[in-house]
Design a protein around this ligand. Structure first.
Ligand code: GDP
Ligand code: MN
Length: 390
């Protein structure tokens, strides 16, 4: 689960991390009010969407009057912001974050990720902040510093100093860097985050002095931990998530939209992945990933069909069930119920195996509905690709 930049900044602030003073606004008037409240002579108006690349796409504007804050907020709110991370349809800007503009001296990159090979949270830093970390990794890999954190002892001061020194932070900024890194690591651990990205972490001028400040922050939290992260769940913005994915999760279905035309209804995530592979192997493109899970009732199967069919690209549906906890007869009844209530017009290719398979096949055969049955996954995938090609 992702959160907005302003939520990430508020979270970091509660852990003692320096962020510019600012506020969220849902309208141009509110944006102007926020700017007045925080004071100063320059502000940054930032579109709040769950995607990066806003700067280049016009979603981050530095302005120097309250009137400009208002105009900029008005121009942003309600528009579809398209960045290289949103896809061509973009994301609707429902709110902006207005903050006091910072005088940036230098931008750094700071991130925490879970490195799956070492199974540890790893700190990543670079002196080349403000740009895509992927680009730095590709073009200047030597500019990326990593430090693996032992979960038993946590992030130690010496590790922070090592990383800070490697990116060129020194003097009075050093203790700030240590404090900041440790605070973000604490957020990761306390809140079950999978990823934290501060880009840029900036050295900003404060009068004659300078200070480290988080200018942009992204967090991703582990969905499997949300049951114990009530405060994080409250930050969820469903408008930023695929509406069908949200609806599916409400029905206990695990649905992920893809861009092909073969709808998939499968039980078990592994079998669902294998089904996508089989379709691809035969030259087809799946329209979705859908795991109906164990104990799929007829209602659940009907809901699955409905959600899959809401995608106008779907030209046929591949149903692949290997029933262990599930029962093929229940799946068959669910498919018939779905056909009757949804008036399905696309062909349904059905492969059933496992518990009560004979009964399941008999129910489908005797239904009088035109199911296309397949003996195995390979045949089912081949058949669906043949159908969408025809
Ligand atoms: P992103 O493009 O979605 O990652 O949005 P960012 O929040 O990272 O903003 C992009 C760029 O805008 C940053 O790298 C900064 O150079 C600039 N920027 C962001 N906040 C400020 C600010 O307070 N003052 C100034 N002058 N520039 C800023
Ligand atoms: Mn950024």
């Amino acid at each position: 689960m992702n959160i907005h930049e302003y939520q990430a900044k508020e979270l970091l602030k509660s852990y003692g991390v320096s962020v510019p003073s600012g506020g969220v606004a849902y309208s141009d008037k509110q944006a102007a009010q926020v700017a007045e409240d925080i004071g100063g002579a320059k502000w940054v108006v930032k579109a709040q969407i769950h995607a990066g690349g806003r700067g280049k796409a016009g979603g981050v504007k530095v302005v120097s009057s309250i009137d400009e804050v208002k105009k900029t907020a008005d121009a942003m709110i309600g528009t579809h912001l398209v960045t290289h991370q949103t896809g061509p349809e973009g994301s609707v800007v429902q709110r902006v974050w207005v903050e006091q503009a910072s005088q940036i001296r230098k931008e750094y990159y700071l991130g925490f990720v879970i490195d799956r090979s070492s199974q540890r949270i790893t700190l990543i830093a670079s002196s080349e902040g403000g740009v895509e970390i992927e680009d730095i990794a590709k073009n200047q890999p030597e500019k990326i510093i990593t430090e693996v954190i032992d979960p038993a002892i946590g992030l130690r001061d010496f590790q922070c100093r090592k990383v800070a020194t490697a990116v060129g932070l020194k003097g009075r900024l050093m203790p700030q860097a240590v404090k900041l890194m440790k605070a973000i690591y604490r957020v990761m651990r306390d809140k079950d985050a999978l990823q934290a990205e501060i880009n840029p972490l900036a050295v900003v001028a404060v009068g004659e002095d300078e200070q480290l400040m988080v200018l942009d922050a992204k967090f991703n939290f582990d969905d499997n931990s949300l049951y114990r992260q009530k405060e994080i769940v409250e930050l969820r913005d469903l408008a930023e998530e695929n509406s069908k994915e949200v609806e599916a999760s409400g029905h206990g279905l695990n649905y992920i939209a893809l861009d092909g035309n073969i709808g998939c209804i499968v039980n078990g995530a592994g079998l669902a992945m294998a089904s996508l592979d089989a379709i691809a192997l035969h030259g087809g493109k799946p329209a979705n990933f859908l795991d109906v899970g164990g104990g799929a009732s007829p209602e659940k199967v009907t809901n699955a069909c409905r959600i899959v069919l809401e995608d106008p690209n779907v030209k046929c549906i591949l149903v692949n069930i290997f029933a262990g906890i599930n029962r093929c007869d229940w799946i068959a009844l669910g498919l018939i119920q779905a056909c009757n209530t949804l008036q399905i017009k696309v062909p349904l290719i059905v492969r059933l195996a496992g518990t009560n398979v004979e009964e399941g096949r008999r129910i489908l055969d005797e239904s009088g509905l035109a199911f296309i049955s397949a003996e195995n996954l390979d045949a089912a995938a081949a058949k669906s690709v043949e159908i969408v090609r025809a």
